[in-house]
Design a protein around this ligand. Structure first.
Ligand SMILES: [Zn+2]
Length: 248
């Protein structure tokens, strides 16, 4: 008796490894399993991100009632989708798993609204942006909000040195050197965006952070969507413009 031929599938050994890692990750408190998933799905691609276990299982984890598990699943799923968009210059993975992406995005937005920790909140916003898939630089944007600094290039075509944009406990300024390494360097005050004048993504993320009770994140975003001064040529430039430039 003949049956319809099965769809092409990943090597059985890889399937077994993927299943084992996902099962360990789903049980929680297994950071090695998550680390291996990141390495093998994201960093070196030795496991296949299109495998039918990957996004459906991550969506199940995101919808379960465990905040840590959901956050880990959402972070990985969002990163995998953005990487696939860029690596293949198609949105095939998003289309192939459209219902899972919808479930993941719904979960990201639910967890975002109930997460009190500042950095956990930021990573959920990053995951939501990655799942939406309209920008590929959410990781770079959010990384600076979490770490309270961006390392950027001046937009001057003649090329000034790298500069640091610092936001947070150490103050709000740009400097030519990593401020952490030196306590006697010239600094230039930042020019945050006027919240009333924010548009587009900046407007949306600012309003979202306020609505979700994260005023300090909203404030940090006015600096990310504001302007900084290059310490070398003293030209003012858009911070987010250079975040985008650095990640493209
Ligand atoms: Zn410059």
């Amino acid at each position: 008796m003949t049956t319809s031929s099965p769809a092409p599938r990943a090597d059985d050994a890889d399937s077994d490894r993927l299943r084992a890692l996902l099962e360990r990750a789903a049980k929680g408190r297994d950071s090695q399993a998550w680390s291996d998933l990141w390495t093998e799905l994201y960093h070196n691609g030795s496991l296949d991100v299109t495998h039918p276990l990957v996004l459906p299982t991550l969506a199940d984890m995101a919808e379960a009632d465990k905040a840590d598990l959901a956050a880990s699943a959402l972070h990985l799923a969002g990163a995998l989708l953005v990487q696939a968009d860029q690596r293949y210059e198609t949105r095939n993975l998003r289309h192939q798993y459209a219902s899972e992406v919808t479930r993941l995005l719904g979960a990201a937005n639910r967890w975002r609204q109930v997460t009190a920790d500042r950095n956990d909140y930021c990573y959920l916003v990053e995951a939501a942006l990655n799942l939406e898939g309209d920008i590929h630089w959410a990781e770079d944007l959010i990384w600076g909000v979490v770490s309270e600094e961006y390392e950027l290039e001046c937009p001057d075509p003649d090329g000034c040195a790298s500069l640091w944009v610092i936001t947070g406990e150490r103050g709000f300024f740009s400097a030519a050197e990593d401020y952490a390494l030196s306590d006697d360097i010239e600094t230039f005050p930042l020019h945050p965006a006027d919240p009333r004048a924010l548009e587009g993504l900046g407007r949306r993320l600012y309003d979202l952070a306020l609505a979700d009770g994260h005023e300090e994140v909203a404030r940090a975003l006015t600096y990310a969507f504001g302007e900084a001064t290059c310490p070398e040529c003293e030209q003012r430039f858009s911070v987010v413009g250079q975040i985008v430039a650095r990640s493209s």
